[in-house]
Write a protein that binds this ligand. Sequence first.
Ligand code: ADP
Ligand code: MG
Ligand code: MG
Length: 209
Amino acid sequence: MSTTSLEKISAWLQEYARVIGEHEAELTDLDREIGDGDHGSNMVRGMRAVAGLDLAAFGDAASYLKKTGMTLVSTVGGAAGPLYGTLFLRMAGQLGSGDALDTAAFAGALKAGVEGVTQRGKSAVGDKTMVDALVPAVECLEEQASRGAELAAALPEAAKAADAGREATAALVARRGRASYLGERSVGHIDPGAASAALLIESAARTLV
Ligand code: ADP
Ligand code: MG
Ligand code: MG
């Protein structure tokens, strides 16, 4: 039997939970530089709760993504909780039940998710947030979908785009979130949310294949 979209999305989020645990100290250190030093623990708390969801309770990937979003909203706390929550809730809304998880479907779902983040956060590319890692990943996936690339080939490229977006946040002045209180003093530091968002796309590249 082939792997269902639900099983694939679950493998992705289990991997993300593992990777967030592995990078907790790093995310916390980044947030200590330009925020309040809790991004690692916030994300670990949320992704532990997501990893604990019982797959058997969900009929399809969309209902599982919806529960993931709700779980993050209720457990993460801080700015990142509602924003990551919105990302997954909007992905759930976009992903039709029974849709094959190909490059176009994943690109479309992630795009809807990221648009939710920018609406809710009133943020755009260049504001030094998670959006700076997520938008390049979406653009890369859309471009690859238009060329008919397989998801297994497209995601590693999207992960590279997200990584580059994360690195580019170091040169930016923060305009949203806690780091914006620092103004020019935020320059020279990578945004913690951009770092956790790049890990999300890297996790996808290892699992959604
Ligand atoms: P808090 O800042 O409340 O302590 P976290 O430390 O968990 O929350 O998350 C901080 C991250 O959230 C930032 O690094 C940034 O990427 C992201 N963030 C904060 N505000 C916004 C916003 N308005 N739009 C997009 N992302 C944001
Ligand atoms: Mg914080
Ligand atoms: Mg906080």
